[in-house]
Ligand binder design. Structure first.
Ligand code: KIV
Ligand code: NA
Length: 264
């Protein structure tokens, strides 16, 4: 399999080919993800919740991210590896550079993901100028859970939608090469995907995004507690982890996932 690169993702968007992305936290699942032809693996700070059993992503440390990024890198070859910068690890350019040195320089990630726009645009530009590619993350940004007051859909009101569009343009202008849009109305996500040159990967953002991402344990149906509206258990019907991953990739590529029942 040909290595997935950042320019290759941009070319997929141009050709109208959907991008399939999943989170991953260890080498065994990384090998499964690699075998299923997933384009992008994300070591998400969601590991704080699904691996560590915490009730938010805020306690996740850069050491945690470095550990899991190393594990996942050992299981991958062609799949592009993206790692989240955890809460406060990019609070200024100096910390963000140190985090990049670890996750890209030492642990094998190819790209970093940061939540937010505004002051974060300056951090994005600084990283990109130092050859640390960036994936932005807007909409429901879990590191902002206390301000947002919970994990809920974002950008419903007209002024919030306008603000989200402007933020999306701003992170692109700052040099982000990819954007994750989480829990926003499908029509708004479609508008943003069309407005941006960079690929937009949706989670709870409708089928018209340029690609989809899910938390691995959500799509395997093993996350404890309530499953988010936008996720789907692919394991029950598929019968094995390998087949569940293949079914997810096929459903994303065919624009069959997400369906109307997974969308705001
Ligand atoms: O941490 C994570 O799993 C994420 C995805 C939900 C995009 O940021
Ligand atoms: Na995350």
């Amino acid at each position: 399999r040909k290595a997935v690169t950042i320019p290759a993702l941009r070319a997929m968007k141009t050709r109208g080919e959907k991008i399939a992305m999943l989170t991953c936290y260890d080498a065994s699942f990384a090998a499964q993800i690699e075998a299923a032809d997933v384009d992008v693996a994300l070591v998400g700070d969601s590991l704080g919740m699904v691996v560590q059993g915490r009730n938010s992503t805020l306690p996740v440390t850069l050491d945690d991210m470095a550990y899991h990024t190393r594990l996942v890198a050992r299981g991958l070859s062609a799949t592009l590896l993206v790692a989240d910068l955890p809460y406060m690890s990019y609070r200024d350019t100096a910390h963000a550079r140190d985090a990049a040195a670890r996750l890209l320089g030492e642990c094998g990630a190819a790209m970093l993901k940061l939540e937010g726009a505004g002051w974060v645009c300056e951090i994005i530009a600084d990283l990109v100028a130092r050859e640390a590619p960036v994936c932005a993350h807007l909409g429901l940004t879990p590191q902002a859970v206390h301000r947002l007051g919970g994990y809920r859909v974002q950008g419903r009101e007209a002024d919030a939608a306008e603000c989200l569009c402007n933020d999306a343009l701003a992170v692109q202008a700052a040099g982000a090469e990819l954007l994750v849009l989480e829990a926003v109305p499908a029509a708004l996500a479609a508008r943003i995907s069309q407005a941006l040159q960079i690929p937009v990967i949706g989670i709870g953002a409708g089928v018209e995004c340029d690609g989809q991402v899910l938390v691995l344990y959500d799509m395997l149906g093993i996350t404890p507690g309530k499953r988010p509206k936008f996720s789907k258990d692919f394991l029950t019907d598929a019968g094995s982890v390998a087949n569940a991953l293949k079914a997810y990739v096929a459903a994303v590529r065919a624009a069959e996932f997400p369906g109307a029942e997974h969308v705001y």
